[in-house]
Ligand binder design. Sequence first.
Ligand code: ASP
Length: 350
Amino acid sequence: MTLPDIAVASLGGTITMTTTTTTTTTTTTTTTGGDRASVVPTLGAEDLIAAVPDLDRVATLEATTLASLPSASLSFGHVLAALAWAEEAVAGGAAGVVLIQGTDTLEETSYLLDLHWRHPEPLVVTAAMRTPGAPGADGPANLLAAVRAAAAVQCRSLGVLVVMNDEVHAAARVRKAHASDPAAFTSPVFGPLAVLREGMLVRGNRPSRWPHLHTPGRRDSPRVAMIDACLGDDGGLLRLARADGYHGAVVAAFGAGHVSAATADVIEEACATMMVVFATRTGAGSTLSTTYAFDGSESDLAARGAVPAGWLDPLKARVLLWSLLATGASTERVRDEFARRGGAPGGPPD
Ligand code: ASP
């Protein structure tokens, strides 16, 4: 039987981290042995593949190490470079691609990739919560499951997928919801798209896809702030962001899209010169539109010019706003894209 060609690239993350003795100009990390020793990224894609013997029975793999970073240090540029690598792999005949990275920013990077991925071939992002040296390391199982998903015909045309803990999530919905649990990734409200059982994919949901966005060129990266609503807030941070020249801001608002009356005034002022989007900070659910009418409510913010994020959480809303601003989208286009992508969870009907 001919195995599918799957391209695998790594950007770093816990899945690549081992104990080491490294001296840099700023830090010294010392090996102490045992599972409490601190770790840094050291392994490349080849090493990760070599640690999963069953992989060569699932696919013919080509490994590339794109970077070796904790995912907190990934930039929009790294993600767009990974997108270019994935595009090239598919153009070269890969049936699917797997991108390995850290979990910390995975819910953002995967959505950025998803907004710009235009191929039916699956682009699967995976990671690990435990280091390769930890008891019960989840990296090998996640990589095997990710390659299976990338090779699966049932995963074609679903956009970018996140495979963790034998679950397949839509990049547009997935969140990291725990700091250290191997089951940290969830898709609130609607659940994962599929699960893996005995190595086979079992599909649950089938979201449709919105058309991909144009990939940003090399113009300056827009600056998009993310600001949490919190008790007693007066909108001061948003005012500072505006004064500092930010091009846009996402306010992680209370509940269904609420801020204090004082913050609402600042949002209204800010909307004169920058795009302001508000999303729910609650971790699940959508902004509302017509339920409340107090100063700072969702209907009030919309009337003052802010854009509701709907079902998009604040981090995904920020990624979408960045992508739109990076491609020079007009205010009207930003509103339209948020209305559609933050609307029906599955996108347009099939
Ligand atoms: N804790 C992170 C991880 O799971 C570190 C990172 O995001 O690079 O990979």
